[in-house]
Design a protein around this ligand. Structure first.
Ligand SMILES: [Zn+2]
Length: 574
């Protein structure tokens, strides 16, 4: 017999057994003179279930499901079971008056499931409520620099231990929010345990934690995140939220095992930093024009590429805002939903709602515009391409180093290269650079090296900006407005490849990156280096900062002679 039939039969058999037991208990209840209850059909009072421990409930084969003052409603399987009698006696000794109901094993099992919620509930209670959000809100106003945070954490070393954990955590979160950190890192190393913030994309050391404090903080954070406490050798993900007076901040946490202990990263999703518009992206005028036109098209795939933390999702949110208007239905599938956008249906992947199954479900909802958080396998790639070909505008992201790298990447995922030209509209590549602080940036004429680096990049720029002689650029200095870092906020540097006839032909003929780049050259869209140099010249960022994120020597010239498709894949950032 086929396996399918076996499973089917097994399921039918156990279903029949369940029904049989239910009707047996129902008739036994009548014989014994008890009420019958099916716990699957009643609301179980959390206060009631807590009156007996999970262990005793299992041992006594019972569930307390309702309580009003000293009266209890208790579901039991067998009134003659001595263990049941023991638990009932003990409740009577405590002054309770039980009313007995008979129920089936399946029904009891359903009731015992509620203990899991209780555990979760207790964990959240111990965690969240222990962190005093009023204290966080108070401190947020106080902290101006990373040093303020380090000093406060060192100051509270002396207070008694129980209070110290909470106060340290409050300070850590308050500091992160006050300074606008995107992530909090706790990294145990052989000698010490580092606590760091990521501010405008760069990690800053805040303080070293002692081992004992670290252990307790990690436990607390795992509880808060609903992770399993005693699992220390596996990666775990979780999330929690804390509410401040004016906003709620969601924290997405992840823990991984390491040689010196678990290290934890918490990403703060602060809704107040979100503001999505094409204008805020910092697109150069050429690319802004191209993208505005592409976003008006009714169908096709628009992809943003770049490593983690390069602003891909922010760009997509801005595109969603741009296309959003009455009469257009927009649905997203994300992992997770990072920011809530008004009037857009946003869905989030889970165990049984994957990018693939979710995308199929979304297509049945008749949307005009779809955003798929990420294309990372063949099924999602093919479904997205199919959707783009059947009258939907589709936005998504790919993990590749460059815009042009998206072509070999899609083919590598299994997409038919002949489909790319007819479905993909444009591919955007991006990185984030830190924006110089307006209050303290310092101008200076370039030296010879800087002059050469800038003019070399500008030589290939399709519409080079006019530069003064001597060229003036800006450097980071540091003041009270920018946490002494010299920078405030971040902005994208971009490149893009439009899929026009020339590019489509190149993809079919020979999809190596330098061939496609050559085909795209007449489009006249600045490269990332060219775009970046413009942002150095207009004082948005410094040359040093640009060089930190973009390799200025890999311009149009060098890319032409650069390696093969395989070389590109080995350099993918995932
Ligand atoms: Zn400053």
């Amino acid at each position: 017999m086929q396996k399918f039939d076996d499973t089917f039969t097994d399921e039918r058999m156990s279903e029949m057994r369940r029904k049989e037991e239910d009707s047996l208990i129902l008739s036994l209840a009548q014989q014994y003179g008890y009420e019958y209850v099916d716990l699957r059909g009643v609301t179980i009072n959390p206060k009631a279930i807590r009156l007996v421990s999970e262990k005793d409930a299992h041992a006594g084969n019972l569930v307390v499901f309702e309580t009003t003052r000293k009266r209890l409603s208790i579901a039991i399987r067998n009134p003659n079971n001595p263990n049941t009698k023991t638990v009932l006696e003990s409740l009577k000794e405590q002054g309770y008056q039980p009313t007995i109901y008979m129920t089936s094993t399946t029904s009891l099992e359903h009731g015992w499931e509620r203990y899991k919620d209780q555990k979760h509930g207790v964990a959240v209670k111990h965690g969240v409520l222990d962190i005093n959000t009023d204290n966080i809100a108070q401190q947020v106003k106080k902290f101006k620099t990373p040093e303020d945070v380090s000093e406060h954490i060192l100051d509270i070393r002396t207070i008694n231990s129980a209070r110290r954990i909470s106060e340290t955590l409050e300070t850590v979160f308050a500091g992160a929010i006050a300074l606008g950190a995107s992530d909090i890192h706790i990294e145990p190393e052989s000698a010490d345990i580092r606590l760091r913030y990521r501010l405008d994309g760069v990690l800053y050391d805040i303080v070293d934690l002692e081992l004992e404090l670290y252990k307790r903080i990690i436990s607390r954070l795992k509880l808060l995140s609903s992770m399993i406490l005693n699992v220390k050798s596996e990666a775990q993900d979780g999330r929690f939220t804390f509410n401040l007076t004016d906003k709620s901040v969601e924290v997405r946490s992840s823990v991984i095992p390491g040689a010196a202990g678990e290290s934890m990263v918490m990403r703060l999703l602060d809704p107040s930093v979100a503001s999505f518009s094409m204008e805020n992206l910092g697109l150069n005028s050429i690319l802004h024009g191209v993208l505005t036109k592409e976003l008006k098209r009714p169908n096709g795939l628009i992809v943003t590429t770049g490593p983690t933390g390069s602003g891909k999702t922010t760009a997509l949110y801005a595109f969603l805002q741009e296309v959003h208007e009455e009469g257009i239905k927009i649905i997203t599938i994300e992992n997770p939903v990072e920011y809530k956008i008004d009037n857009i249906v946003q869905t989030q992947v889970s165990d049984d709602y994957t990018f693939e199954s979710g995308l199929r479900a979304i297509l049945r909802q008749d949307p005009d515009v779809i955003m798929v958080g990420e294309i990372r396998d063949r099924e999602v790639a093919e479904t997205a391409i199919h959707a783009a070909q059947t009258g939907h505008l589709v936005f998504s992201t790919l993990h590749t180093n460059s815009a042009v790298g998206a072509f070999p990447r899609l083919i590598d995922l299994g997409v038919d290269y002949r489909m790319i030209g007819s479905s993909v509209n444009i591919i955007l590549g991006q990185r984030l650079v830190r924006v110089l602080c307006e209050h303290c940036k310092q101008s200076h004429p370039v030296n010879q090296n800087e002059h050469d680096a800038i003019t070399q990049v500008l030589a290939t720029h399709p519409k080079p900006p006019t530069v003064p002689d001597p060229i003036i650029i800006y450097e980071a200095e540091g003041c009270e407005h920018c946490n002494q870092s010299g920078f405030k906020g971040r902005q994208g540097v971009y490149e893009a490849v439009l899929v026009d006839t020339a590019v489509e032909e190149a993809v079919i003929r020979d999809p190596r990156e330098h061939i496609i780049l050559e085909a795209a050259k007449p489009q006249g869209i600045p490269t990332m280096a060219e775009d970046g140099i413009e942002k150095v010249l207009n004082g948005t960022t410094s040359l040093t900062e640009l060089q930190r994120v973009v390799d200025l020597t890999s311009g149009r010239h060098t890319l032409k002679t650069e390696g093969t498709v395989d070389d590109t894949f080995s350099s993918h950032v995932v």
